[in-house]
Design a protein around this ligand. Structure first.
Ligand code: SF4
Length: 277
């Protein structure tokens, strides 16, 4: 079986960096915990647990030792409470996300009302908002722009890193039509977008698509939808062991993609299993 891997697939820069940091920490002695699952991939979380890395929901549950902050960042008060609790903080916040924190902090200091275009309930957005302080709001869609009075204010706009360029552009455009002074920074990270484009390009040229990633991973589920939209049989799997021989009977070429939280070793195992069929 020939297996074509999408041009962009698997862990992004920020997730790889977080995994490398945690694996390096796990080599050291002392208790180690991550605040929430490091990534939305059960195999990776299980692998880390086997190395003694615990997952805790709250700072208070960490006890002693070191705690790893996730790649999507945490609100300032969470960081502060970890330090107050005497924990050693391992900050795995993706540098792209950290840059957004720096940006909104600067905007707020200069008197701008900070607008974060994104999903208010998402952890990354909560952390960005916290970095901006009190003078910040979250807008999730262009329709919400009408809920605020913009006249006379200085507005500084950033984006959640996983927003689409289209939505960000719409919100910025509408606010710009209502406010006097608007500064907008496109802080979208194109890692997710690039993986989706690569899957969309590959799917029509193969007989089936395999999408590897956690079933609880939003970006993996989106890749599944994109492949299904192209009309090819699409299989969402977490590991190579799930593949059944009859899925690819009489097929010659299949495609393979993976969510941004799927490490290379899982992709390699899936590719190897498919090539053997
Ligand atoms: S998707 Fe982009 S911003 Fe998010 S962790 Fe990956 S590289 Fe960083």
């Amino acid at each position: 079986m020939k297996v074509i891997i999408a041009d962009q697939a698997g862990v992004c820069f920020g997730v790889k960096r977080a995994l490398d940091l945690v694996n390096a920490e796990a080599e050291k002695s002392g208790a180690l915990a991550t605040l929430g699952p490091l990534i939305h991939n059960p195999q990776v979380v299980h692998d880390l647990e086997e190395k003694g890395v615990r997952v805790v929901k709250k700072i208070e549950d960490a006890g002693s030792g070191a705690i790893v902050m996730p790649s999507h960042g945490v609100p300032r008060e969470v960081m502060a409470s970890a330090e107050e609790a005497g924990l050693r903080v391992v900050d795995a916040t993706c540098p792209f996300v950290a840059k957004v924190h720096t940006r909104v902090h600067a905007l707020a200091s200069e008197g701008y009302l900070v607008v974060v275009v994104g999903d208010a309930g998402h952890s990354e957005v909560k952390a960005i908002r916290s970095a901006a302080g009190e003078n910040a709001i979250v807008i999730s869609s262009v329709d919400e722009v009408d809920n605020y009075k913009w006249g006379g204010k200085k507005i500084g706009i950033v984006s959640q890193t996983t927003q689409t360029p289209e939505r960000f552009g719409e919100v910025v455009g509408k606010i710009a039509s209502k406010a006097v002074e608007v500064v907008a920074y496109n802080t979208i990270c194109y890692a997710t977008h690039d993986r989706q484009t690569a899957a969309r390009n590959l799917a029509p040229s193969v007989e089936a698509m395999f999408v590897v990633g956690g079933r609880n991973s939003a970006n993996t589920n989106r890749l599944v939808e994109i492949c299904q939209e192209s009309g090819v049989p699409t299989y969402h799997i977490e590991t190579a062991s799930e593949i059944e021989d009859n899925w690819v009977k009489r097929m010659q070429v299949v495609g393979l993609t993976a969510g941004a939280s799927t490490p290379q070793w899982i992709i390699d195992e899936v590719r190897k299993r498919l090539e053997e069929l």
